[in-house]
Write a protein that binds this ligand. Structure first.
Ligand SMILES: [Zn+2]
Length: 280
């Protein structure tokens, strides 16, 4: 099928070129390469058809030679302000971050390509052929406060920490899952360390990480079956709703106390055995 680029993309590219005339185009791209074409949902593939021609609705802009963090944040703000050319499933990816679906902010991006060398802009699925300027050549760059959070030196995003966050939440100590070592993660880590009898410093170091990986996550064990066993097999008053909240945790602590186990609210092997091995 023949293809063309979305008109909103053409306007965006022209304005970017006008603002930074000497910019590098080494990582530029529109139509999908072999890797992108393998994923049929990539906006680099012309799967939206207008008048018998496929339309490519995504552009990669080389980060070298432009103020890439500013440009990425500028596009996010236009999306947040409701620009129809971006709304309806458009998004921006840059420096391990992707816009939220309503463009209200950035969240961690874990794709195999971290998008450090280029900004990816996907235009929306409805108004991608609307014409109009993007205010790239005229906007003062200093106007974007969040600009700094997108620069390469911004807060470190760690996939290992994201996994620890996932384990913390799954173990009953909920926290964000953004790979950033922030206050909520430190609080959850302190609560977990206290429950697990570790040094309470809020830092997910080797000992905490090891302890987290030893605890069978509640969702894997199925909170409902644990609650059912507590209620039906052991006579505790706990709601069997599959939600592992503070009440369930407190009942588990009481169960551990009754069985003469370490009272930590954590599923170690001894608690598991006491819970699921029927005494006859
Ligand atoms: Zn791309």
């Amino acid at each position: 099928m023949t293809w063309r680029t979305a008109y909103a993309l053409d306007d965006f590219r022209n304005e970017t070129n006008a603002r930074w005339p000497g910019r590098s185009k080494a990582s530029d791209g529109t139509i999908g390469d072999a890797r992108h074409q393998a994923e049929s949902t990539s906006d680099h593939n012309p799967f939206v058809v207008v008048g018998g021609r496929g339309v490519v609705r995504a552009m990669d802009v080389t980060a070298d030679g432009i103020d890439a963090a500013w440009l990425a944040e500028h596009m996010r703000q236009l999306g947040a302000a409701g620009d129809p050319r971006l709304r309806d499933r458009g998004y921006v990816i840059f420096n391990r971050r992707i816009t939220t679906s309503d463009f209200s902010g950035w969240k961690a991006y874990y794709g195999s390509n971290p998008h450090i060398k280029h900004i990816h802009v996907s235009f929306g699925r409805t108004a991608f052929d609307n014409r109009g300027g993007w205010n790239i050549s005229s906007a003062p760059q200093a106007s974007h406060v969040a600009h700094a959070s997108l620069t390469i030196a911004g807060p470190a995003v760690s996939q290992a920490l994201a996994k620890d966050q996932w384990n913390l939440t799954d173990t009953g100590f909920p926290t964000a899952n953004d790979g950033v070592d922030g206050p909520s993660t430190q609080a959850a880590a302190r609560a977990f360390q206290s429950a697990a009898g570790l040094t309470v410093d809020g830092i997910v170091g080797p000992a905490t990480r090891a302890a987290l990986r030893k605890v069978p996550p509640i969702s894997q064990m199925n909170a409902r079956s644990v609650q059912r066993s507590l209620a039906v097999d052991h006579g505790w008053r706990v709601e069997v709703d599959g939600v592992w909240g503070p009440h369930s945790k407190s009942i588990l602590r009481q169960f551990q106390a009754e069985k003469g186990l370490v009272v930590d609210g954590v599923f170690g092997p001894a608690t598991w055995t006491a819970l699921f091995t029927r005494s006859r």
